[in-house]
Ligand binder design. Structure first.
Ligand code: FES
Ligand code: FES
Length: 162
């Protein structure tokens, strides 16, 4: 028998009740029930990182995450929520101004992984950034501008971007 469950989450700062099949994936519920279409599905197999969202601050591959297993009260941030935060705004500015966005498909996941890094390390070394983004694949670039953009965002947040 089909098991339907309801979850109450805080999505980008707003409480939202979502109804789902017990086997639904988080990526699908966020895109359809919560209308967060900034969350992208690339591979659907946990390889590309395009679907990365933050659940209680932790990067999660939403294509592999069973939605019903995300408990009531969880705080979920998608790319749509970045604008509400200083880290998110710095990342958006640095990626845009630094020419780090090409087709853009990988960027929501990149930004979420970068956000999680900068939330715990305001002065990451290049190796830290490469490690944080290792699970996010981009078909368009050699990652150089993406890494520079994360460094630039960190500098902006430290007030060193003049
Ligand atoms: S879509 Fe989830 S890792 Fe590729
Ligand atoms: S910008 Fe195109 S896949 Fe990354």
């Amino acid at each position: 028998m089909t098991q339907i469950v309801k979850r109450n989450w805080i999505i980008n700062g707003v409480q939202k009740e979502c109804t789902m099949h017990g086997l639904a994936r988080l990526v699908d519920i966020l895109r359809t029930e919560a209308d967060m279409t900034g969350v992208k599905e690339g591979c659907g197999e946990g390889e590309c990182g395009a679907c990365t969202v933050l659940v209680d601050g932790r990067p999660v591959l939403s294509c592999l995450q069973n939605a019903a297993a995300v408990p009531d009260g969880s705080d979920i941030m998608t790319v749509e929520g970045l604008e509400q935060t200083a880290i998110g705004r710095a990342l958006q500015t640095a990626f845009t101004e630094g020419g780090a966005v090409q087709c853009g498909f990988c960027i929501p996941g990149m930004l979420m992984s970068a956000y999680a890094l900068l939330a715990k390390n305001g002065n990451p070394a290049e190796a830290d950034i490469r490690t944080a983004l290792a699970g996010n694949l981009c078909r368009c670039t050699g990652y150089v501008k993406i890494i520079e953009a994360v460094q630039k965002a960190a500098q902006m947040l430290r007030g060193e971007d003049q």
